[in-house]
Ligand binder design. Structure first.
Ligand SMILES: [Fe+2]
Length: 414
């Protein structure tokens, strides 16, 4: 014990990552028995889903229900709640969800990472690994019922069994996998390539386009599916071109209209069209030159960074940071953040300082220390103002930290 879902790595789920990417990723399913063992309950439990459904306002977009493989209309388990300030909103009615679940409906939770921090960490792990957004969908299936009819999904799916057991049938991905999800009539698929029962802690990877079907057995089954939308070459290249096209060179608005038939003044119109064609040729040549000039290593690194930024992996923890600052002691070490600070000329012992739109005047000693820290390194908060009492130094350091100018440094060499 003593671990949390925050300690997991991608390898916790798939094992040796090198062999996963060489043999399974985008190719064939992977089944890992007991990959997470009973640690899966650090991530989520059935009890937590009771807590979530009991939240006063769960928007219907988060919850879907299906029975006998068919989706149910959200009208069956939502109601309109009126509010003078915000107008009307649809919310999920827990009693109706429970009733439908008792009568055999599977409850599906979209974007569970929006609701549970432990699940958010799991999503970050995937977004970081694949450099693109990921989503966690929870499936709670009553004992003895099918979840969804045989189908494939347009995304890569990592199934993590949490509670109970689930029987899976998985068919070989077809050679020609196209996007979009699709359902299969039961007689079209033939013998499954894999027939297995997942137990808590088991992990099953299905590349996008892999036909599959699942059913719960004698117990309630809870599993999470982490879905990752593949970024194809066309997506990556489109992003590269879009970035290049942001340049001023492609900003002007050409006139493409005019006399469509050319009947009124054929010669003038023909001349105009050929000028437009020439300009177009120049723009294409310009774009090609810019594309060829890109360093592939730099551009692929940028594409990875863009994907991670879309996924919000590096989200700030500002409340926690501010709360920690208030506990900053004289012995704590501080260093500069990357936030730009402008220092003006000193006057009457004070130096004007501009940071994040805040304008203030600080004692010259503060400005001197900031200039020194700009060159790197860290110092004790208690010694922040040379020659001043420790408590004054700490107060100054805290204030600058709140403004985003300073941050805590873990070690002296930070
Ligand atoms: Fe699926």
């Amino acid at each position: 014990m003593g671990t949390t879902a925050a300690d997991w790595t991608f390898a916790s789920l798939v094992g040796d990552t090198e062999s996963f990417f060489a043999q399974h990723f985008d190719r064939q399913p992977l089944l890992r028995r007991g990959a997470l063992a009973d640690r899966v309950r650090d991530l989520i439990t059935v009890d937590r889903l009771d807590d979530v459904i009991a939240l006063q306002v769960v928007p219907p977009a988060y919850v879907r229900l299906a029975r006998d493989g068919q989706g149910l209309s959200s009208k069956a388990y939502t109601r309109t709640t009126g509010d003078h300030a915000t107008g009307l909103a649809e919310t999920v009615v827990p009693e109706r969800v429970y009733e439908l679940f008792r009568s055999g409906a599977t409850v599906t939770w979209n974007h569970l990472e929006h609701l549970l921090p432990s699940v958010r960490h799991l999503v970050d792990l995937f977004a970081d690994t694949f450099a693109c957004p990921a989503e966690v969908v929870g499936f709670l299936t009553p004992a003895g019922h099918d979840g969804y009819a045989p189908h494939h999904d347009p995304v890569d799916v990592f199934v993590v069994q949490i509670e109970g057991t689930k029987d899976w049938q998985v068919w070989q991905p077809p050679a020609d996998r196209r996007g979009d999800s699709a359902r299969y009539p039961a007689d079209r698929l033939g013998e499954p390539a894999l027939r297995t029962t997942l137990h808590p802690g088991d992990v099953l990877y299905l590349p996008h386009g892999t036909p599959h079907a699942a059913a719960a057995r004698e117990q309630v089954s809870l599993h999470l599916s982490v879905t990752v939308a593949p970024r194809r070459w066309r997506d990556l290249l489109a992003e590269t071109v879009a970035e290049l096209l942001r340049d001023e060179a492609f900003h002007a608005v050409p006139f493409l209209g005019g006399n469509p038939s050319g009947a009124v003044d054929g010669a003038a119109d023909g001349g105009r069209r050929s000028r437009i064609a020439d300009r177009y040729r120049e723009k294409v040549a310009d774009l090609c030159a810019r594309l060829t000039a890109l360093a592939p290593e730099d551009e692929t690194a940028r594409l990875a960074a863009v994907g991670r930024a879309q996924a919000g992996v590096d989200r700030p923890r500002e409340f926690a940071r501010l709360a920690r600052l208030d506990a900053l002691t004289a012995e704590a070490r501080v260093r500069r953040t990357g936030t730009p600070v402008e220092l003006g000329p000193s006057r009457d012992g004070r130096t004007p300082l501009l940071v994040n739109g805040h304008r203030l005047a600080v004692p010259d000693a503060v400005a001197d220390t900031l200039r020194a820290l700009d060159r790197g390194g860290s110092l004790r908060a208690g010694g922040f103002l040379a020659g001043a009492p420790e408590d004054r130094s700490v107060r100054a350091a805290r204030q600058l930290a709140r403004l985003g100018v300073l941050q805590a440094a873990d070690r002296a060499e930070d």
